[in-house]
Design a protein around this ligand. Structure first.
Ligand SMILES: [Zn+2]
Length: 130
């Protein structure tokens, strides 16, 4: 910590409320080890064989997981038998991302409060009234 200027903790009820929310989020969410990104979706595809039953219907059910990797959208086919296992893992990933985004915002709000609560002497003096 040598030489690192410390940022004062903001005071007041708003800051306390934000810190409580942050503690709740941190207590609730640990990085889920098997969480998955993206979203699961079911679509239907016709296989193209003219004699297949799908030629007259909706097509064969096809589950996919769509997610971003390295700035590119990826779509992976998921075997139907895996869907029930993968669905909660995708949901865990979604909740984790939401909680992480909320925690970052709380910390930003605390930073803003700390900035607003800096002692007056460190600010420019107010302009004199005209
Ligand atoms: Zn078919």
């Amino acid at each position: 910590m040598d030489g690192t200027p410390s940022i004062p903790s903001p005071r007041g009820s708003e800051a306390s409320r934000l810190r409580r929310r942050a503690r709740r989020l941190l207590a609730r969410f640990h990085l889920p080890p098997d969480a998955l990104p993206g979203s699961l979706a079911l679509s239907h595809r016709r296989c193209g064989k003219p004699t297949c039953h799908c030629a007259d219907g909706d097509g064969h059910p096809l589950w996919t997981l769509t997610f971003m990797a390295g700035g590119k959208k990826r779509v992976e086919t998921i075997p139907a038998g895996w869907v029930d296992t993968i669905r909660p893992r995708v949901e865990a990933g979604r909740q984790f991302k939401q909680a992480a985004a909320e925690l970052l915002l709380i910390n930003a709000e605390l930073l803003v409060l700390a900035r607003q609560q800096r002692p007056r002497r460190s600010r420019r003096p107010a302009a004199p009234p005209p």
